[in-house]
Ligand binder design. Sequence first.
Ligand code: ATP
Length: 257
Amino acid sequence: MGISKAFGSTQALCDVNLTMEPGVIFGFVGANGAGKTTLMRIIMGVLLSDSGEILINDHSASQDNRRRIGYMPSERGLYAKMKIFEQLVFFAEIRGMEKSEARKSAKEWIERLDIARYAEKNLETLSTGNQQRVQLAVALIAKPRALILDEPFSGLDPIAVKTMSDVIREQAREGLPILFSSHQLELIDQVSTKVAIISHGKIIATGTPTELRKVAKAPETIEIPTPLATIFGDLIADDETYHDKVVSEFERRGKNA
Ligand code: ATP
């Protein structure tokens, strides 16, 4: 049984199944309100599902093994008036690191993410993009076993986008399963090794970018690879009737692929 969750009369998730695997970067795409954040919160135990269960290595997820997941929440949630270095050490310690190890890891990540010059500044004095780098450092600080990143690219400049993509790829190469959401379709296309498309609380397609291209490609466009951005663009179109048409066409082609 997949994960289901309703808020009053809104069915935010409906029997959602998603398997994260070591080294796989799962790009999570869907329109505003499709259910991405809700699923990520349920994975992290911030929200309870109505039915369905989160399994980690085939066992029911406990708060203890959820602590080993690096999480970048959409609401961000750092301390505005705490210094960056101090903040990183604090988050590493509450995830079980010794002080000296926490300080070493904090030093490595602020250097890697190019925020060392802000180490002694309060978070609130940093720009949005630099706060986002701090948020990524917090997700990575305590040697996580998996990463859940809710819109990690939003508000980043091109240099920070490159750093974020490099770090995500690096972590996947080290064997971490990763799930990230984004509305930037080119980034989903470039960074993901697998993509899940969610629409109105249901996963309507999953696969590698190549598999999804094959499914979505119209016979007359066989010579020209369809950019994934075009497919996703159609799926997240504002026009609901059009959106529903694209979804059912996508499902039909999926079944016939
Ligand atoms: P976005 O791309 O805008 O971040 P999303 O795919 O992350 O969207 P969710 O935030 O998961 O979407 O929302 C899914 C649905 O659940 C929406 O209809 C939203 O209004 C509803 N919802 C989410 N959280 C709550 C809540 N705490 N109370 C009531 N409804 C909620």
